[in-house]
Design a protein around this ligand. Structure first.
Ligand SMILES: CCCCC/C=C\C/C=C\C/C=C\C/C=C\C/C=C\CCCCC(=O)SCCNC(=O)CCNC(=O)[C@H](O)C(C)(C)COP(=O)(O)OP(=O)(O)OC[C@H]1O[C@@H](n2cnc3c(N)ncnc32)[C@H](O)[C@@H]1OP(=O)(O)O
Ligand SMILES: Cc1cc2nc3c(=O)[nH]c(=O)nc-3n(C[C@H](O)[C@H](O)[C@H](O)COP(=O)(O)OP(=O)(O)OC[C@H]3O[C@@H](n4cnc5c(N)ncnc54)[C@H](O)[C@@H]3O)c2cc1C
Length: 655
């Protein structure tokens, strides 16, 4: 069937090449091209297609379908991608497995990265190759039923037995059961387990251990191990998140990951170069989350924008034909700022991935000085992008009206997966408060006359801007944001200090200032996102692409400043706010002809999108009917439930 003419016209009105934009989104022409080649190659392999729509499958069927595809994937892995390239691998996974989770997700995202960052050279020699060849499947078991956030309260113990040179793992209480780890339930046969290291009755706190869970031949749990699936979740139902308990389960001393902390055979403990070095796998995932969440948001927007260009409802001036709902200002206001955010998140993602890779090298060379900065940055970024992505996806769903609520749109699945990110890798409020610690310390440095020692990301806290030139360009908007973040950070810090100075304990003062502190963290992070977006656009060479991205940047800066209006009341007059509001409306109109091309540029395939509404060809209605007809409920005209219950009820009522 040919393309819906409404989408053809939209594509014709675009002022730039989508391939050129994809090269900017994905960091290089080479990688954008590789993505297309991988997608093309996969589309020719019938075994990679869903056996039937995932949304009609039970959880067991979803997991089985994911495993089937993983097995097929293992036959093609080396021929489809450069296996040393993480981004190619992730693209392949996204295309084939989609976003509902699968039994190798944690193996790739945390198990292997933990071995790389935490295992000694000898340990890597022993396990890394096996893991990379997928001879073993691993997971990352840290969270327990009773504690996820407060790692220092984890209860699982690894007690060193000097006589046998082994660690004895135990789960002393019901709340100490590991709870949540992806792939633990049924698939993984090994795990990185985070347990309290105990030597001669001294608790050295949580450390990582490499633990075999299941027999490599029979896949049965090993004696001393209780393991299983935790049941269905809001999303991620293609993954078997699990529980795990230990009863006097022994592992050799060499199974504690000893790149940084060490236990010698006589039971001596050697400290790591930085107390939080064991948290690096979490920082790794957090540093990827801006990119991953940007792509979740992008997926929902591809669906909503394409659908809005084929959905016609109501009239504007021309009463002879209903308008595309994308022409309504309210629809544009709902969707276009999110397009800008998706671009901004992806640009930030590239930056934090690069920073993590650099930090990994530095730490391997003994330099841990960058850890605090990256921890603070990724803690804030993870929290802001997951929250705003959730908001943006939900708006995209509503923008699709009734059909958005159907699983045919697939938006609810994207939403469920994306907002998991508000919780995993550190609950958002908790992570905002981690960044707040860093911001408060920065203010204290200024108060102590050490402004010159501030890092570049917080130097603005020491500046003093009270007037803004309203010939507003992106850099002036940045100044407005700096003003808001600086004011809020000072206010929150001063509140905390005042409470503390009044005699309150440090902890209680912190608690009572914490809402204000999280607000400071959000503003600081949004400032970082905006400045990364501005810098990125500044570096683009292709003039057509740059022009459109400047238009998109204008949507971003005006929308963001309107959104934080309450924090800039002391800086901007109501006239100035009106001016900005009008600039936002103008920028929505400016971006309108490029809306479809901007979302097409994400180059997310139909196979990955799984959305009837978001199809590239725009043939929504005929496929919606086809999709509904494929519902298992439509296999027969009369359901047994009707014959068994409703018919007798109706007959009885007739009497
Ligand atoms: C084939 C190739 C494929 C390749 C694929 C590779 C990679 C892909 C990667 C990612 C893909 C991403 C997404 C994919 C999509 C879906 C994935 C599906 C599921 C996701 C899995 C989720 C897994 C998990 O959730 S694992 C569990 C995570 N748990 C947490 O995050 C717990 C949160 N809690 C904490 O982190 C800590 O408890 C804490 C809140 C930080 C507090 O710690 P504590 O020790 O109590 O410290 P305290 O608050 O007292 O602070 C003291 C001091 O330390 C500083 N600090 C803390 N942490 C760090 C750190 N990490 N680094 C540096 N410094 C740190 C803190 O700031 C304090 O400093 P100061 O005293 O103020 O100066
Ligand atoms: C989809 C998914 C996949 C996961 N995968 C894994 C995995 O593979 N491996 C693994 O180990 N874990 C995994 N987890 C667990 C996850 O990391 C934790 O659930 C997460 O870190 C939050 O911890 P919690 O559940 O203890 O939340 P809680 O800390 O109990 O949060 C409850 C509430 O308390 C608040 N709160 C807690 N502490 C503070 C504080 N100090 N200050 C202010 N407020 C506070 C929080 O903000 C929140 O509102 C996964 C979770 C999900 C949802």
């Amino acid at each position: 069937m040919s393309e819906n003419p409404d989408l053809t016209n939209e594509r014709a009105s675009g002022t730039f090449e989508t391939n050129a934009m994809a090269a900017v989104i994905y960091g290089s022409e080479k990688f954008a091209q590789r993505r297309r080649e991988i997608t093309e190659a996969i589309s020719k392999i019938p075994e990679f297609q869903d056996s039937h729509p995932l949304v009609f499958m039970s959880r067991e069927e979803k997991i089985s379908e994911a495993c089937r595809k993983l097995a097929v994937l293992s036959n093609y892995w080396n021929s489809l991608i450069d296996t040393s390239d993480e981004e190619e691998a992730l693209h392949l996974y996204r295309e084939v497995l989609g976003l509902e989770g699968h039994p190798l997700a944690l193996h790739e995202t945390m198990f292997i990265p933990s071995l790389i960052a935490q295992a000694s050279d000898e340990q890597q020699e022993k396990w890394l190759g096996r893991a990379q060849r997928r001879e073993i499947i691993g997971c990352y078991a840290q969270t327990e039923m009773g504690h996820g956030t407060n790692l220092r309260a984890l209860e699982t113990t690894a007690t060193f037995d000097i006589s046998t040179r082994e660690f004895i793992l135990n789960s002393p209480t019901i709340t100490s059961l590991k709870w949540w780890p992806g792939a633990l339930g049924k698939s993984a046969n090994w795990s990185i387990v985070i347990a309290n290291l105990i030597i001669k009755e001294h608790n050295y706190g949580p450390h990582p251990f490499m633990v075999q869970l299941r027999d490599e031949k029979s896949h049965e749990p090993l004696p001393g191990i209780t393991v299983g699936d935790i049941g269905p979740k809001m999303a991620f139902n293609g993954a078997d998140n699990g529980f795990l308990g230990f009863k006097n389960y022994r592992i050799p001393r060499e199974n504690m990951l000893m790149r940084h902390s060490k236990v010698t055979s006589d039971g001596s403990y050697i400290k790591p170069p930085h107390a939080k070095i064991g948290y690096s796998s979490m920082v790794k995932v957090r540093s990827r989350m801006a990119m991953d969440q940007g792509l979740f948001l992008a997926s929902a927007l591809v669906i909503a924008v394409r659908y809005s260009a084929v959905r016609r409802q109501g009239y504007l001036e021309d009463k002879s034909r209903e308008v595309k709902v994308l022409d309504y200002q309210t629809q544009q206001h709902r969707l276009f700022p999110s397009i800008a955010r998706a671009y901004a998140f992806i640009f930030c993602g590239f930056e934090t991935i690069r920073l993590y890779d650099q930090l990994l090298i530095d730490v391997q060379n003994g330099n841990t000085s960058g850890m605090a900065d990256l921890h603070a940055l990724t803690s804030g970024l993870k929290s802001v992008v997951t929250y705003q992505t959730g908001e943006g996806i939900e708006q995209a769903r509503m923008a699709c009206g009734g059909h958005g609520y159907s699983m045919a749109s697939y938006i609810s699945e994207i939403y469920g997966v994306a907002i998991g990110g508000c919780t995993y890798e550190g609950e958002n409020m908790v992570m905002l408060l981690q960044l707040a610690r860093y911001l408060v310390k920065s203010i204290e440095m200024i108060q102590n006359g050490k402004s010159r020692e501030l890092g570049p990301m917080v130097a603005y806290l020491a500046e003093n801007e009270s007037e803004i030139d309203l010939n507003l360009g992106p850099n002036e908007y940045l100044k407005v944001f700096e003003y808001a973040a600086r004011n809020q950070t000072w206010r929150a810090t001063e509140k905390f200090q005042k409470l503390r100075n009044s005699g309150m304990s440090n902890e209680e003062a912190w608690n009572q200032a914490s809402v204000e502190l999280t607000r400071a963290s959000r503003l600081h992070t949004r400032l970082y996102i905006m400045s990364t977006f501005i810098n990125h656009v500044g570096s683009i060479v292709d003039q057509k692409v740059k022009g459109v991205l400047i238009d998109l940047l204008n949507v971003h800066v005006t929308y963001e400043v309107m959104d934080i209006g309450i924090y800039v009341q002391g800086l901007l007059s109501s006239n100035q706010m009106d001016l900005i509001r009008n600039q936002l409306y103008v920028s929505l109109e400016t971006i309108r002809p490029n809306a479809v091309s901007l979302v097409d540029s994400f180059q997310i395939s139909d196979m990955q999108l799984r959305s009837v509404l978001g199809r590239r060809d725009g043939n929504v209605y005929e496929n919606l009917f086809k999709w509904a007809k494929s519902s298992p409920l439509n296999k027969t005209d009369v359901l047994p439930s009707v014959t068994q219950y409703l018919k007798p009820m109706m007959e009885k009522s007739k009497l």
